[in-house]
Design a binder for this molecule. Structure first.
Ligand SMILES: [Zn+2]
Length: 167
């Protein structure tokens, strides 16, 4: 396993849409392991998309159990070619991103989602979730479409904040 370099804006790769992963093999599994290790190496990080480590492929990992606050959590989710099949409600929260290191922003997203995906063993799955976990999955899927949370805020003037110096 290896900790990978995370790219940040204005890297043009972050604006690109990632293509679907055709098959799940050892290379994908190794990438998912490395992404997990990379996520764990950044305190407070709860999700990562492959493009953030420079790989254009529809693969994300999310683990909201790593968050400081207790949330409904499905544990480590490795999602290949994730697609939101149903969604409802609205929720607004502050989001941060390793690829947007200096800012956090208020973003409105769907409150509840159902997402279809392929797991790391190549099995088709579906997950219903809500709240923080649903927000994280939507944030990571956005990366696969070349979107960062700054593209989702209503106003760059009032909804984006400079991140406090971390200790
Ligand atoms: Zn992000």
């Amino acid at each position: 396993m290896a900790i990978l370099k995370v790219i940040a804006i204005p890297d043009p790769l972050l604006k690109q849409a990632s293509p679907e992963l055709k098959n799940v093999g050892d290379q994908t599994r190794r990438l998912a392991c490395d992404m997990r290790e990379t996520m764990l190496s950044h305190k407070g990080c709860v999700g990562l998309a492959a493009v953030q480590v420079g790989v254009l492929a529809r693969l994300i990992i999310v683990d909201v159990s790593l968050s400081a606050n207790p949330h409904r959590s499905s544990g480590v989710l490795t999602m290949i070619n994730p697609v939101i099949t149903h969604s409802s409600g609205k929720t607004s929260s502050r989001e941060g991103c390793l690829s947007v290191p200096d800012f956090i922003g208020s973003v409105t997203r769907k409150k509840k989602i159902e997402v279809g995906y392929t797991d790391i063993d190549g099995q088709k799955r579906s997950l219903k979730t809500e709240g923080f976990e649903a927000v994280c999955i939507q944030h990571e899927i956005d990366h696969l479409d070349g979107i960062v949370f700054l593209d989702r805020v209503t106003s760059l003037k009032t909804d984006v904040f400079r991140r406090q110096e971390s200790v």
